[in-house]
Every structure is written in C-alpha cells, then in structure tokens.
Design a protein around this ligand. Structure first.
Ligand SMILES: *[C@@H]1O[C@H](CO)[C@@H](O)[C@H](O)[C@H]1NC(C)=O
Ligand SMILES: *[C@@H]1O[C@H](CO)[C@@H](O)[C@H](O)[C@H]1NC(C)=O
Ligand SMILES: *[C@@H]1O[C@H](CO)[C@@H](O)[C@H](O)[C@H]1NC(C)=O
Ligand SMILES: *[C@@H]1O[C@H](CO)[C@@H](O)[C@H](O)[C@H]1NC(C)=O
Ligand SMILES: *[C@@H]1O[C@H](CO)[C@@H](O)[C@H](O)[C@H]1NC(C)=O
Length: 311
C-alpha cells in the first residue's frame, strides 16, 4: 500500500498520527548540542513554495507570460488528487521555484489574511508591472519609492500578491522573497534561526510604527539569497483556515538530523512535527516536515535526492 500513497496523503497521515502519538525522543537529547550547531553548517536553500490555484492553465499563463517565469514541469497525479505545474526563473537545481497545484475535488482556494506575498526583483518595475497587467494580473499598488527602493504590487487571479522590487544589477534569481505574517517576531526569528539555520539580516519598523519585520535567509548577505520576510502586526491570526499557500521546501544534507533539530526547537518555541523522516518510494526522495509556531509548514528535502529531479 505504501507506494500507492501520494505525497499529500503521506503528509496528511503523518499529521494525524502525530496528533495521536506524542512521544519524546531520548536519542535526540544526547545530540542536542551537536545538531543545533550542525544546522548552521548544513547545505540549505529555498527550493520551492507550494501553492494551490483554482485554474492551472490560467495561472501558468499569468506566471509565464505575465511574470516572465518558465514552465518547467506539468504533471497529473490521479493517485494524489491533484495536477501540478512547476514554474520559476531558472532550472530546478539552482533556482527557487513555485509549484502550483490544482486539486481535483475543488477549485476553491482560500488564501486567508496571513500569507503576505512573493517578491520578484527586476531592473525595471514599471515594465514588469505593465507586462503582468497585460497578462491577467491586477495592479493593487502602483510603483512608488519607499526608503530608496521602488516597488509595486499586483495580484493574480487567485488573489496571491506579487511585489515587484527594483534592483540595480540583474538579480541572481528574480523570485527573491516570500513574506509571511507571524504573531511574535522574536519567537519566529528565533525559530527560523535555530530550527532552520537561517540568518537574521535585519529587523525594521515602518514609519507609522504599527508593523515590524525581520529579513532572514541563507546567504552571506541580503543580496545573494532568497529572503524570508516575517512581518508582524497586532492582530495576527495563527490559523485563519488558509489553504492557498501550502508549504516551503528547503534542502538539507540530512533529513534525520533536520528532524532532530525540529523536535528540539518545536518543543521550546512552538510548532509541530508533521512528517517523520521518510523515503517517499514512488519518487525515491527522503524528506521530513514540521510547522512553525504560526502553523506555516516546512518540508526538508534531501539535497542529492532533489537534484535527481523526481520531486
Ligand atoms: C490545459 O492545458 C492542457 C495542456 O496545454 C490542455 O491539455 C488542457 O485541455 C487544458 N485544460 C483546459 C481546461 O483548458
Ligand atoms: C526573544 O525570544 C527568546 C527565545 O524565545 C527569549 O529568550 C527572549 O527573552 C526574547 N526577547 C524578547 C525581547 O522578548
Ligand atoms: C520597533 O518598534 C517597537 C515599538 O515601538 C520597538 O520596541 C522596537 O524596538 C522597534 N524595533 C526596531 C527594529 O526598530
Ligand atoms: C554579498 O555577497 C556577495 C558574494 O560574497 C558579494 O559579491 C556582494 O558584494 C555582497 N553584497 C553586499 C551588499 O554586501
Ligand atoms: C488586522 O488589521 C489589518 C489592518 O488594520 C486589517 O486589514 C486586517 O483585516 C486585520 N486582520 C484581522 C485578522 O483582523
């Protein structure tokens, strides 16, 4: 039976099993010091964000013709109950990608209030936004200059927001940012540095003072890496029933150690293990999953397995 189970059903099962069986890992306790140090040296990068869309063909058109991404894969999984398309600005082994899924049973996508946006870096915000507008996206904020940087915002047909951010030189990967809202920025930045090994590049407040955010990522500095922007305001809802943005895939050299780290950190700061380390037989990829204190999900994927391209 196991090899008939799709990825989504494995994740779902792990969720159910975990909520029934809460166990302590004694082995992990001895390795505390080691794994918490190891995570900072692990070979990690943002691989992919998974989002649900209501019309795959329509979204492929918006993301390729409108945003300038390439269609890398398109698949139909009758056993998993969805079709998907993988898009991005470059190949799977070097770029951060979006995996769009259209569920067989429903076209409804509820994005909710706490998913922020994806950031696209461009040398010409005006031109990029015009191209997006002509291909199905709706402009919700015209380009404007804030703190030396010009940016504007569009919304796709599902309601996902994309922020176009002006940059001086050609970006290494134009898909350069994800913004997620969190309840407690201090807890979240601690979580992402301890459990995920990210660096906190800076924290900032907006001029009116009602928003605070932290900028995190894996590179040596902000300009050479995909950034995770965690933003907080005073009325965040940790679970608003969202089912649009689904999860983030991040690479690791060792899914077992990644899981040990996640167990320690979720116990300290919140969040849950949603998938124990598993080798998914149909695609031969090792992975493990957990959620942060705001229920944002992360799947750690074995780096070498991912490079074979079966995921
Ligand atoms: C979506 O696109 C695929 C591939 O181009 C095509 O086979 C299919 O008929 C399209 N579906 C709809 C509903 O237009
Ligand atoms: C931030 O979080 C850490 C760990 O959860 C805690 O030790 C520290 O006191 C917090 N700092 C502030 C300013 O809340
Ligand atoms: C942001 O503002 C809050 C409240 O005014 C303050 O406590 C905090 O230190 C500020 N953080 C930054 C990074 O400026
Ligand atoms: C970021 O790091 C890269 C690679 O080390 C370097 O070329 C670049 O100048 C750095 N940028 C900044 C703003 O420090
Ligand atoms: C929180 O406040 C913002 C800005 O005032 C508002 O747009 C948003 O709908 C509120 N969210 C919730 C979950 O109440």
């Amino acid at each position: 039976m196991a090899n008939k189970m799709g990825l989504s059903s494995i994740i779902l099962c792990s969720l159910l099993i975990f909520s029934l069986i809460i166990k302590t890992s004694f082995a992990a306790r001895n390795l505390n010091e080691n794994v918490l140090e190891w995570v900072k040296k692990d070979h990690r990068r943002f691989l992919r964000a998974v989002i649900h869309v209501s019309d795959l063909n329509n979204s492929i058109k918006t993301y390729t013709q409108g945003f300038g991404m390439k269609l890398l894969k398109r698949r139909k999984f009758t056993d998993r109950g969805y079709e998907d398309a993988i898009v991005g600005f470059g190949p799977q082994n070097t770029h951060f990608l979006l995996e769009m899924r259209q569920r067989d049973e429903s076209n409804n996508v509820f994005i909710g209030t706490e998913f922020g946006y994806f950031g696209i870096s461009t040398q010409d915000v005006y031109k990029s936004m015009e191209q997006a507008r002509r291909n199905g996206a709706v402009v919700i904020q015209e380009p404007e200059k804030v703190d030396q940087t010009i940016s504007g915002m569009v919304k796709d047909e599902n309601g996902y927001q994309f922020k176009f951010i002006q940059c001086i030189s050609a970006p290494i990967d134009p898909l350069s940012q994800i913004m997620l809202r969190v309840q407690d920025l201090n807890i979240s930045t601690n979580f992402y540095s301890k459990a995920l090994g990210m660096k906190l590049f800076k924290t900032q407040n907006n001029s009116q003072g009602q928003l605070t955010w932290g900028i995190m990522g894996y590179g040596r500095n902000e300009s050479e890496t995909t950034l995770l922007k965690l933003e907080t305001r005073n009325n965040i809802s940790r679970n608003d029933g969202r089912d649009g943005y689904s999860m983030l895939y991040i690479s690791t050299e060792d899914v077992k150690k990644s899981n040990e780290v996640a167990k320690l950190v979720t116990k300290e700061l919140g969040g849950n293990i949603i998938m124990e380390p598993v080798l998914v037989p149909t695609i031969n990829v090792k992975m493990t999953g957990f959620s942060d204190p705001d229920a944002w999900r992360m799947i750690m994927v074995d780096n070498k397995d991912y490079q074979r391209g079966t995921l």
